[in-house]
Design a protein around this ligand. Structure first.
Ligand code: FAD
Length: 427
C-alpha cells in the first residue's frame, strides 16, 4: 500500500508546523493525526492508555448525519428534568453535583430553546453533509476498516404517536437545509424487515442513507493507518502539562519526560477541560456517560435499531448485537454501575425476540464529551500553537473524520475554515 508520503509533497510555508503532537488516541485525535499526515506533517500521538480506550470503544458506531444534531433542546430538557436522580431512568443526574456539572447544567438549560437549537443545527449542517465523505477519504487513503450501509436504519416505537417527536426533529433538520430521506412504516412492516422485533413495536421510522462502523475495529485500523504512514502512536503515556515557549510547545508526560513540538492538538475527550482550560477554553466539558454490552441473537438485525423513547441503540457487530444507552452525568473515572445495565436491559426486553439479553459480554461504560451548547470545540486556543478537537457529545464517531480534516487545515494555515467558526473553542 503506498503511503501518503509517496503521493504528497509537503509544501510548508515558513513557520508552518512540521512536527505536531496530538494528545488522545480516540476517533477525533487519530483522525486529526491522519489528516495532518496527508499534508506531510510528522505526528506524535500521546495516549495515556491504549488506542480507543475512551468513548471511541464501546459506542454504538452510528454514522447517522440525519440524527447528528445539538443535544440541548426543549424536549430533552423536559425529559431530563422528569428523569432526574432515578438510577433506572435513561438519563441520570446524581444529587451531589460538582462545579463543572453545575456550570454545564446551567448552560444546557439556557441553550434548550428552539431558537438556539436551530442556530446549533445550522452550524452542524455543513459538517453533517461531509461527514460520510470524510470516511470515504480515509478508506481511499488506505485505512483498513469498513463502513457499513445501514439498510435499513429503523427507529422503533410502541405506538405511532410516539414517533411524532422524531419525525418533527427530522423535519427540522431538513428545514435547516440538510438532505434527509425518511418515511414512517407500520409495526407490521418493521417486523417483516427485522424479525428480531416483537409485536410490541407498533410503528417505526426508516431513515435512508445512514451507515455504521464496528467502533473498536475502526479506531484500531485508524491507529494502524497513522503508524503505517510514519506517525508515532505512543500508548501508556499520559500528558500532564503543556508549556508554551517561543519555539514550540513542550509536552510534559506523566513520567516527567519533555518533548518539544511545533504545535499540539488536544483531543482528550471528556477530559478536554483539564489541559485546555489554561489556554483560554472556558466551556465546561462534562462526561455524559453511556453504557453498552453485546448479546447473541437468533435473527441478526440487518441494520441498526433505535428505540428513541427508551434512548437505546442496537448495532449488529461481528455476529453479536451491541446494545448501548444511558446518559449519566458523573465523573469519567467513576466505576460502572450495574443498575444502568439493568435499566437498559429492562427498557429493550419487550421489543426484542430471539435476543438473549442475559448472556451479556463486554459490559462497558464510557464518557461522551458534552458541552452546554451541544456544539463541539474545534480550533485554535489563546495560544496559536495549541488547538483543541473534541466535545462532540453523542456524535464524535460520525463527526470525528470531518473534524480531523477541517482542524488539520486550521493547524496548517493558521486560519479556521468558515465551517468551523461556530465551534470556536474560545466562544
Ligand atoms: C453509549 C455510547 C454510544 C455512543 N454512540 C455513538 C454513535 O453511535 N455515533 C457517534 O458518532 N458517537 C457515539 N457516541 C459518542 C462518541 O463515542 C464520542 O463522541 C467519541 O468517541 C469521542 O471521541 P474522542 O476522540 O473525542 O474521545 P475519546 O474516544 O474519549 O478519546 C480520548 C482519548 O484521550 C485519552 N486521554 C485523556 N486524557 C489524556 C491525557 N492527559 N494524556 C493522554 N491521553 C489522554 C483517553 O485515554 C482517550 O483514549 C456514543 C457514546 C457512548 C458513551
Amino acid at each position: 500500500m503506498p503511503s501518503s508520503h509517496d503521493q504528497h509533497t509537503p509544501a510548508f510555508a515558513p513557520g508552518t508546523p512540521r512536527q505536531v503532537a496530538v494528545v488522545g488516541a480516540g476517533m477525533v485525535g487519530l483522525a486529526t493525526a491522519w489528516f495532518l499526515q496527508e499534508a506531510g506533517v510528522q505526528v506524535t500521538v500521546y495516549e495515556r492508555d491504549s488506542v480507543g480506550a475512551g468513548a471511541s470503544w464501546g459506542n454504538a458506531g452510528w454514522l447517522t448525519p440525519a440524527l447528528t444534531a445539538p443535544l440541548p433542546e426543549p424536549a430533552v430538557l423536559r425529559y431530563g428534568l422528569r428523569a432526574v436522580a432515578s438510577p433506572r431512568s435513561p438519563v441520570y443526574l446524581p444529587l451531589r453535583a460538582d462545579r463543572t456539572l453545575l456550570r454545564f447544567l446551567t448552560g444546557f438549560v439556557a441553550h434548550s430553546t428552539p431558537r438556539r437549537w436551530r442556530a446549533g443545527m445550522a452550524a452542524y449542517v455543513p459538517l453533517n453533509e461531509r461527514a460520510l465523505e470524510a470516511f470515504d477519504t480515509l478508506a481511499a487513503g488506505g485505512v483498513l476498516a469498513q463502513t457499513h450501509a445501514a439498510r435499513p436504519f429503523l427507529a422503533c416505537f410502541a405506538r405511532e404517536r410516539q414517533a411524532a417527536p422524531l419525525l418533527a426533529e427530522l423535519e427540522a433538520v431538513r428545514d435547516a437545509g440538510q438532505d434527509v430521506a425518511f418515511h414512517p412504516v407500520t409495526g407490521w412492516r418493521a417486523r417483516a424487515v427485522e424479525p428480531a422485533l416483537t409485536d410490541r413495536v407498533g410503528a417505526a421510522v426508516q431513515i435512508a442513507g445512514q451507515r455504521y462502523v464496528h467502533p473498536p475495529e475502526y479506531v484500531r485500523a485508524l491507529g494502524q493507518g497513522v503508524r503505517a504512514r510514519g506517525g508515532e502512536v505512543i500508548e501508556g503515556t499520559g500528558v500532564a502539562d503543556l508549556e508554551h515557549g517561543g519555539n514550540g510547545v513542550t509536552v510534559v508526560t506523566t513520567t516527567a519526560e519533555r518533548h518539544v513540538h511545533d504545535a499540539v492538538v488536544l483531543a482528550t475527550g471528556a477530559e478536554l477541560g483539564r489541559l485546555a482550560g489554561r489556554f483560554g477554553v472556558r466551556q465546561p466539558v462534562q462526561a455524559g456517560r453511556g453504557y453498552s454490552f453485546s448479546v447473541p441473537t437468533e435473527h441478526m438485525p440487518r441494520g441498526p435499531l433505535y428505540f428513541p423513547a427508551q434512548r437505546v441503540a442496537c448495532t449488529p457487530l461481528n455476529g453479536r448485537l451491541r446494545v448501548a444507552g444511558m446518559m449519566e452525568f458523573r465523573r469519567p473515572g467513576d466505576p460502572l454501575d450495574p443498575r444502568r445495565i439493568a435499566a437498559i436491559v429492562d427498557a429493550v426486553r419487550p421489543f426484542l425476540t430471539g435476543v438473549d439479553l442475559d448472556d451479556r459480554r463486554n459490559e462497558w461504560v464510557g464518557s461522551r464529551p458534552c458541552t452546554p451548547d451541544g456544539l463541539p470545540l474545534v480550533g485554535a486556543t489563546a495560544s496559536p500553537r495549541v488547538f483543541v478537537a473534541g466535545g462532540h457529545g453523542m456524535w464524535g464517531i460520525a463527526l470525528g473524520p470531518i473534524t480531523g480534516q477541517l482542524l488539520a487545515q486550521t493547524v496548517l494555515k493558521g486560519e479556521a475554515p468558515p465551517e468551523l467558526a461556530p465551534f470556536d473553542p474560545l466562544r
